[in-house]
Design a protein around this ligand. Structure first.
Ligand code: GLN
Length: 400
């Protein structure tokens, strides 16, 4: 995995990069940060693997390797034992070849019902009961479901073959009886910037304890003259990407930058959550059902009735804007370009929503393509059921 979960290709590790040679002769990126988990399940070394997903670290490797990657609702599955990267975003989820074992483990072990007192972000039992009451217990017949296609995800940078695979999935769902409608999530454009401000800020605070006294490495010189123990420990113990995040985060939390970065990013985060709440048929159990002002909506928005645009059960998008790059190319890619790969996964992370990357294929590429399904908060079981159906539909035929 990437050091401290920071990365998108599992190349940021002192142990070297995770190498994926699943569908090509040349090594390609396994995705990150949980790339090792994805490769392990695809090689059959494990039936299922744990991963952590802060901004996409389960879904992105799933997309690049052709596995199923499930990020649960924030606060559902205990994070006890996991080092925090960005507390308000981190989740522990699962990767497997199929959806079924993931759904089974969620149901059989009642992961969604158990509050863990050892994880301060684990939802309380009372909240869990309230959330469960607000979600339909089973997935309805396909003809009673509506899936939204978020228009803002159709970015110019999207690989044309991925766009084709996405369109094919929408058509296949429609043919299976699902109502497929376009929806708009206007704040999506700001999500990536907000994510990288918030995640870095939280990381800089979480990693402060690696000071060579309580945690972290103690440099060779100890506290000999001319060497400060603290600076040596901070310099020796972290890889370059982690150092970059710490510096970014420390800057955005500094008094002169706080208002322009951290506070703005928090506002964007709230807007992103509201965008999702507007389009989902189910209310978000964590918040009071909001009255939306239609005058806030874009003039282009198709209104279904006086309540606004059509409401959906799930959203469908690609998981990543491009296919897995060659490992060789990743090593010469700038950090900023790498951050771009998270553009479709960070919105659900910022809103704390469950989402699944479902593997598919497209004619014209030998590499797997991940389709992302996003559901309302705590609607994880229906989302996984829907993912199972989508995967089966995709296995029936490949788009031409
Ligand atoms: N690629 C993102 C990052 O580097 C997501 C990482 C994650 O989800 N752990 O922050």
């Amino acid at each position: 995995m990437d050091e401290f979960g920071m990365g998108s290709h599992s190349t940021n590790s002192m142990h070297g990069a995770v190498v994926s040679q699943l569908s090509t002769d040349e090594p390609i990126s396994a995705g990150g940060s949980s790339g090792g988990s994805a490769v392990a399940v695809m090689l059959g070394d494990a039936d299922m693997a744990l991963g952590t997903d802060t901004g996409g670290s389960i879904r992105l490797p799933a997309s690049y390797t052709g596995s199923v990657g499930y990020r649960p609702s924030y606060g559902m599955i205990s994070r006890y034992g996991v080092f925090a990267y960005a507390n308000s975003l981190d989740t522990v989820g699962l990767l497997a070849k199929e959806v079924k074992p993931i759904l089974e483990i969620l149901v059989d072990t009642k992961l969604d019902e158990e509050h863990d007192p050892l994880d301060p972000t684990s939802l309380s039992t009372a909240s869990r009961l309230r959330c469960a009451k607000m979600c339909p217990p089973a997935l309805e017949d396909m003809s009673r479901l509506t899936v939204g296609i978020p228009l803002e995800y159709n970015i110019v940078e999207l690989d044309p073959l991925i766009r084709k695979g996405w369109a094919y999935a929408a058509t296949a769902l429609e043919a299976a009886g699902v109502r497929v409608v376009p929806v708009t999530l206007p704040s999506t454009k700001e999500a990536l910037c907000a994510y990288y401000v918030l995640a870095a800020a939280e990381a800089s605070s979480n990693l402060a304890k690696y000071d060579g006294v309580r945690y972290g490495v103690r440099g060779e010189h100890g506290d000999a003259e001319g060497h400060t123990l603290y600076s040596e420990a901070r310099g020796a113990g972290f890889g370059p990407e982690v150092k970059r995040r710490i510096l970014l985060g420390t800057y955005s939390l500094s008094s002169e930058a706080m208002d322009n970065y951290f506070i703005q990013a928090q506002k964007v985060r709230r807007l992103i959550r509201q965008d999702f709440d507007k389009v989902f048929r189910l209310d978000n159990p964590l918040y009071e059902a909001a009255q939306f002002d239609l005058s806030d909506m874009d003039a282009e928005t198709d209104l279904q009735d006086k309540k606004g645009p059509p409401q959906v059960d799930f959203l469908l998008s690609p998981t990543t804007p491009s296919f897995a790059p060659k490992l060789h190319d990743v090593l010469s890619t700038s950090s900023l370009e790498t951050y771009m790969g998270d553009v479709f996964t960070v919105p659900a992370s910022l809103a704390g929503l469950p989402s699944v990357s479902v593997p598919s294929t497209v004619v014209g590429s030998s590499l797997p393509l991940g389709l992302q399904l996003i559901g309302q908060y705590w609607d994880d079981k229906r989302l996984l059921k829907m993912s199972e159906r989508l995967k089966a539909l995709m296995a029936e035929g490949t788009p031409t």
